[in-house]
Design a protein around this ligand. Structure first.
Ligand SMILES: Cc1ncc(COP(=O)(O)O)c(C=O)c1O
Length: 387
């Protein structure tokens, strides 16, 4: 049957190309082939046991219903205390809004801030859903090409040059997906001042904030209390499937965000919220820190191994679990390279096309979300493939 009607915005929302690649990888695996997965941005560790136990207890205790739209007060308090313990920032728990992943946080923020036709500036390459969230609310995503010279991050200068009368907000991520690079505190401050001087809003995605391996660790909340900050239990806390994140909103927006959350989500999963109360406990902290160090070790293995076989990684990533490699010495079509590699050698990696339109054919993202043993084998296969 033909569709009778489709909103124009849907035509502007592109799928993840890596999902097709993942589907093909699964097909190969079910036919008995060995596939090494370095394509998906998800930790290979399961959720830490104390969190799982707390989730089970929550179910047994009957926490199976709706919760307040902005989250259970206990969790909002625990998250606020985390900012105090970690960064010395006193935060009113009312400013913490618990969301279905940071994806939910991004939707709420764009929903309360962006009117139809208003522009949101963001980095290209960047996290692919960001432009789509803006599209969903009939805003205009404006991807700005960034490269190794600025650590693949936006700068105040670039934003100044790109600002238009329609610009309403800027979205940055530090560390970034797909590059793993950081925005220095100094540049973040300059960006904040620039955005403020233009009357715009700064949104900072800190979903990989606790997965930083060296250098500057700060939160944008320390720079301005009118910045919107996003975070999640998905990555550092290894809870992707529980669908839980949060945002910290400037005080004047709390009620509007709560109202939108009531309407769009009603509430987040109750057992997930009770489980997450454990995420900041000392026993979990120890587990997460061991995992963070394991990720760093993996990065330190993979980065030189890829460079040695012809990939160019111009900026050492200091966070997240990604390497964004220039592959132009090996191919002029990263998309075909990834597909051919998967067919020939069973190594799954993500072509640059998923992250924007800034030289995607020259780039590939490697996610080091698998063991060093498996990555050693992947590098061996890559070498054979390249010849
Ligand atoms: C930069 C960035 N922001 C947001 C998300 C959304 O994650 P979640 O909704 O699981 O918190 C991701 C997921 O990969 C990401 O890489």
């Amino acid at each position: 049957m033909k569709q009778k009607k489709l909103a124009r915005r849907v035509g502007r929302i592109v799928p993840f190309y890596v999902m097709d690649l993942l589907a093909r990888a699964k097909e190969l695996e079910s036919s008995g082939r060995s596939v090494i997965h370095m394509e998906v941005g998800e930790p290979d560790f399961v959720t830490a046991q104390p969190i799982i136990d707390a989730g089970k207890q929550a179910l047994d205790a009957g926490h199976t219903g709706y919760t307040p739209a902005s989250g259970i007060p206990e969790l909002r308090k625990v998250i606020a205390r985390h900012y105090e313990d970690r960064f010395g920032i006193e935060l009113d728990p009312r400013r913490v809004i618990v969301t279905p992943g940071s994806s939910g946080a991004l939707q709420l923020i764009i929903g309360v801030l962006v009117d139809p036709g208003e522009e949101v500036l963001m980095a290209d390459p960047g996290y692919p859903c960001n432009k789509n969230f803006v599209e969903v609310f009939s805003g205009v995503p404006v991807p700005l090409a960034v490269g190794p010279e600025t650590g693949y991050q936006l700068t105040a200068d670039l934003l100044e040059r790109s600002w238009s009368p329609e610009t309403s907000a800027v979205l940055v991520a530090s560390p970034s997906n797909p590059t793993g690079t950081l925005l220095s505190r100094l540049e973040m401050e300059k960006i904040y001042e620039l955005v403020k001087s233009k009357g715009g809003i700064l949104i900072v995605d800190e979903i990989y904030q606790e997965l930083v391996y060296s250098g500057d660790s700060y939160t944008a909340l320390d720079i301005g209390d009118d910045i919107f900050v996003i975070n999640s239990f998905s990555k550092y806390f290894g809870m992707t499937g529980w669908r839980l994140g949060w945002l910290v909103a400037p005080e004047p927006y709390i009620d509007n965000i709560d109202c939108l959350a009531q309407n769009i989500f009603l509430s987040c999963s109750a057992p997930a919220q009770y489980a997450a109360l454990q995420a900041f406990s000392p026993s979990c902290h120890q587990i997460m820190e061991e995992r963070r160090l394991a990720f760093r070790e993996r990065r330190d293995f993979l980065l030189p191994a890829l460079t040695e076989i012809g990939f160019d990684i111009a900026v050492k990533p200091e966070g997240a679990f990604y390497l964004y490699a220039n592959c132009s010495k090996l191919t002029d079509d990263s998309f075909k390279f990834c597909y051919d590699l998967l067919e020939a050698e069973g190594v799954a990696i993500t072509p640059g096309k998923d992250f924007g339109s800034n030289k995607p054919e020259q780039h590939i993202r490697f996610a080091y979300t698998t063991s060093i043993e498996k990555m050693k084998e992947a590098v061996k296969r890559l070498k054979r493939f390249i010849g």
